[in-house]
Design a protein around this ligand. Structure first.
Ligand SMILES: Nc1nc(=O)c2c([nH]1)NC[C@@H]1CN(c3ccc(C(=O)N[C@@H](CCC(=O)O)C(=O)O)cc3)CN21
Ligand SMILES: CC(C)C(=O)C(=O)O
Ligand SMILES: [Mg+2]
Length: 277
């Protein structure tokens, strides 16, 4: 269980803090992150021991049914982040800064980051982008906002990157990604997330940094792993990225329950005496 100087004041176990993830990396340990967008799911993942929950802008896809994350707003992120925080006791809760909320200036990034923390109770924000965002990370950190940098494939830039592609396949990719990661660490990033990066590149980046790394489609050499839960647990029955492993078929369980419920309603078997007043 996590130590906290405040644990005598609490009945529930202490929340994970950035320092605990640093300690996990130093001890050679791993941790798990899952996306989450509502309180009931948060309570289940938290109780299962998932160390960190991400309110991803992937909610644009899996909650709002859109084909990209680009339309997600700060108001959307605030609504779903509050719900996740309400359902969480001990997990470290992180939310994405959505497209359009930080790119224009350092001032815009600081205002958005502070707003997201202040209005939701999350512990850190995540921001897509490389070295060009080092000043934003530095200013956010100076203002008291913990930042997770997100590099490799950055979905908010899909139109510039030209599609959903593995990043870092050039000959000098390892050297470039290590240098970029070191700049982001130096700027104050509390962790670094890498999306769709060759496993050996991501492993080299993790080894070159003191801060923990999180991978998605980045092999097993990162400190932590993240997946969109609807992909990994089978609620999303559409096409999922090839790096996703199916750990459950929640969609099939829901479908079976819906069919059985409907059948019992049509046959007047539900509600029975036990479920009637
Ligand atoms: N449901 C969902 N799952 C995700 O993992 C996810 C989102 N939404 N929305 C935000 C970003 C976008 N992500 C994506 C989206 C598409 C691919 C994709 O199509 N990957 C293919 C192509 C890889 C290649 O050609 O190199 C794959 O097969 O993995 C990957 C990550 C990851 N994130
Ligand atoms: C895919 C993860 C890393 C993410 O950024 C999201 O869920 O939005
Ligand atoms: Mg995201």
């Amino acid at each position: 269980m996590v130590d906290s100087p405040y644990s005598v004041l609490k009945k529930t176990p202490a929340r994970y803090r950035t320092v605990h993830f640093q300690q996990m990396k130093e001890a050679g340990g791993k941790f798990a992150m899952l996306t989450c967008y509502d309180a009931l799911t948060a309570a289940i993942f938290d109780e299962a021991g998932i160390e960190t929950l991400l309110i991803g802008d992937s909610l644009g896809n899996v909650v709002q049914g859109q084909s990209s994350t680009l339309g997600v707003t700060m108001e959307d992120m605030i609504t779903f982040s509050k719900a996740v925080v309400a359902g969480t006791d001990r997990a470290f809760v992180v939310a994405d800064l959505p497209f359009g909320s930080y790119e224009a200036s350092v001032e815009q990034a600081v205002a958005s980051g502070i707003r997201l923390v202040k209005e939701t109770g999350i512990s850190a924000i995540k921001m897509e982008g490389g070295v060009e965002y080092a000043p934003h990370i530095q200013a956010l950190t100076a203002a008291g906002v913990a930042v997770i940098a997100h590099t490799g494939f950055t979905p908010q830039s899909e139109h510039v990157l030209g599609g959903f592609r593995v990043q870092g396949r050039e000959d000098d990719a390892t050297q470039r990604m290590v240098q970029e990661a070191q700049v982001l660490q130096e700027a104050g990033a509390t962790m670094l997330l890498m999306e769709m990066v060759p496993a050996e590149v991501a492993a080299a980046v993790d080894q070159a940094l003191t801060i923990p790394t999180i991978g998605i489609g980045a092999g097993s050499g990162t400190t932590g792993q993240v997946l969109v839960w609807q992909d990994a647990f089978g609620l999303n029955r559409g096409r999922v990225p090839s790096f996703v492993k199916r750990f459950a078929e929640v969609g099939d369980a829901l479908s079976d329950a819906a069919k059985q419920y409907r059948e019992e309603v049509l046959k007047a078997e539900f509600p029975d005496d036990e479920h009637s007043f």
